[in-house]
Design a protein around this ligand. Sequence first.
Ligand code: FAD
Length: 348
Amino acid sequence: MAEHVVIIGSGPAGWTSAIYTARANLCPIVFEGAITEENRQVGTLPLGQLALTTEVENFPGFPKGDLSHYLRSALDEENHYLADMHHQEGCSGPELMHLMRKQAQNFGTRIETDDIVKVDFSKRPFVLHSASGQRIEAQSVIIATGARANYLGLPSEDAYKNRGVSACAVCDGALPRFRNKPLVVVGGGDSAVEEADYLSKFGSVVYMIHRRDQLRASKIMADRAIANPKINIQWNTEVDEVIGDDATGVKGVRLKSTTGDGKTIDLDATGMFVAIGHTPNTRFLEGHLEMTSKKYLKWTVPFRTNTSVEGVFAAGDVADDYYRQAITAAGSGCMAAIDAERWLASQG
Ligand code: FAD
């Protein structure tokens, strides 16, 4: 018999969809992805991108600091349960994701640690095939497979991820290690300018490292970067190595010229933000669902999570190359669950 709803993906979007559909008695199955070396290499292990980071400071409900005093003063004698929460200080990315997974499981979500590698949406029930050979029939599907940040691929960049190397200024820019310190942004497109502009609020100077002699960004964005006195564009250069040590993490970058003159320079910096785009995890969906030119899934109805196939919904970064935040992914996961539930109800 076909499942009511199958959710593909295990980030905030997938688990939120699972929590909502499980509570609506739809008995969801989540394919959370497989634990393989290939998935580790590309950064798509179960629990999503947030599991790759350390601290999460902007997901509501997890303030930092000792909350015992605040909670004590906020409660009356009866509300003892709040007093027990004082240990909850901030949250790490992996912790947050384990909590979401546990919450989905508590409501009866079935979890398969497996990748979906092939789909057939041409007829109903839909058919999904997993990497381990499972064949699953589904009345509705929620795709929440996310998008992974592109990195330069340098060993030194890998060594300092979460210790100065980041792919998300909005997520990490406000951390203490970056405040009033020189920072580096790699890239020359609109998102690189956005990241540099945002980081200029925190850093003492933001070096943009760009391989060419003009930015790829739109004119309005390029003008914004050039006009910002805190942004210093290093034209015709690329990062050759991230410099740092175990104790402090990133201390600078070595740049090499792209003009072939062999020149290198070292810049001091406590952070390197890589802004060279994202790759949505949609390869297995090519030819089955409409996508944008950058291979993100297309939402086909305004303010809904419908895709180009009726009964198939998309949530999170796999369809959103604009906000790319855990809370927005969770929000659209909730929307997809409600959209799927109402669509199933409409099918009788
Ligand atoms: P993802 O989190 O990308 O999860 C999708 C998962 O689905 C994949 O990891 C994989 O396990 C699984 N999957 C993929 N393909 C398949 C398949 N074919 N079959 C089965 N499973 C599959 N946001 C914040 O709000 N705050 C932060 O502090 C923050 N820090 C970040 C730090 C880093 C280093 C990065 C990379 C991102 C950070 N973000 C942060 C962004 C945030 O992590 C994402 O916006 C969010 O995780 C997107 O959630 P998602 O559910 O759409 O997908």
